[in-house]
Design a protein around this ligand. Structure first.
Ligand code: C2E
Ligand code: MG
Ligand code: MG
Ligand code: MG
Length: 282
């Protein structure tokens, strides 16, 4: 009886394992497909000055428009794309799409000071600066309009400092995403050419009442001020969070309080509206 049960368990686990590796193979093929069939789309989330509401920049965030499953969030496929290496091809698509979108806005006479693009560790090969430079030349866009978002895990690798220094001296600004959640070795901030710290939303969301979050946020702002880094707060959902951050000197706000990520068409409309308001008041 026992042996039989074990046997069944064995079969159960083995089909379970097969199914999951089969599913992985399917997902990998679907991601390949998505790339070829142009199923990815960039959304844009404005970064806003508090309290003037002026749009200072935006972050490009990928979405997968699946023909059957609808819109899939990056949290559900980026980690897998990183695991399989597909992130390199997807990341190149993102860079091209982001930079051609900047060119489109420029052509339409709309101004956006910075568009931030997320980069995965795997994309940091020695060819990356050249790859991005070629895209900029092709679309006639200055590097100053592009911000590259990195995570702390990238800075742990030793080989990255040349690539980062090169990107920075080419004119890109560099932002450290999700700051405070990774292996925050503060020496990295001194050794790498970082321009912005993005305060992670997990700290922002429990402001101002949670004393621990408040203390962490104050410390991050202190570090940034002492090292001459600029700040962006991510995940701001209400006025009191924005006010708390602004009182401490962080006036650049990204979060649902102002805008959720939106399609290129919606973001274009927003830029048109803002520009016409500025013209009217001038
Ligand atoms: P992230 O780079 O930290 O991006 C910020 C995430 O926070 C976005 O989620 C955004 O929609 C969300 N967010 C912004 N404001 C609020 C808020 O007020 N409340 C809440 N609850 N959430 C807010 P999203 O778009 O789902 O992206 C998730 C993550 O996927 C990103 O986190 C980034 O790590 C990754 N990702 C997105 N696009 C790309 C990409 O093109 N390439 C790579 N490598 N990673 C990407
Ligand atoms: Mg980001
Ligand atoms: Mg973040
Ligand atoms: Mg994140």
């Amino acid at each position: 009886h026992r042996a039989k049960k074990n046997n069944q368990n064995y079969l159960f686990y083995s089909t379970e394992m097969n199914r999951s590796s089969l599913e992985k193979i399917k997902l990998e093929a679907e991601l390949h497909h998505a790339l070829n069939l142009n199923q990815f789309e960039l959304y844009f989330q404005p970064q806003v000055d508090f309290p003037s509401k002026k749009i200072m920049g935006a972050e490009a965030l990928i979405r997968w428009q699946h023909p059957l499953k609808g819109m899939i969030s990056p949290a559900n496929f980026i980690p897998f794309a990183e695991e399989t290496g597909l992130i390199v091809a997807i990341g190149s698509w993102v860079l091209n799409e982001a930079i051609s979108q900047i060119a489109e806005w420029k052509k339409a006479g709309l101004s956006l000071d910075r568009l931030a693009v997320n980069l995965s560790v795997m994309q940091f090969n020695p060819q990356l600066p050249e790859e991005i430079a070629a895209l900029l030349t092709h679309h006639k866009i200055p590097a100053e309009l592009v911000e590259l978002e990195l995570t702390e895990s990238l800075l742990m690798g030793n080989g990255q400092s040349n690539v980062l220094n090169q990107l920075h001296s080419n004119g890109f600004s560099l932002a450290l995403d999700d700051f405070g959640t990774g292996y925050s070795n503060l020496a990295y901030l001194q050794n790498y050419p970082i321009d912005y710290l993005k305060i992670d939303q997990s700290f922002v969301q429990s402001l101002p009442d949670n004393l621990h979050s408040a203390a962490i946020v104050r410390s991050i702002i202190d570090i940034a001020n002492n090292l001459g880094l600029k700040l962006i707060a991510e995940g701001v959902e209400n006025q009191s969070q924005a006010e708390y951050l602004s009182n401490l000197g962080c006036n650049l706000i990204q979060g649902y309080y102002y805008y959720r990520p939106m399609s290129a068409a919606d973001f274009t409309q927003l830029l048109i509206t803002q520009q016409s308001e500025i013209t009217k008041s001038a």
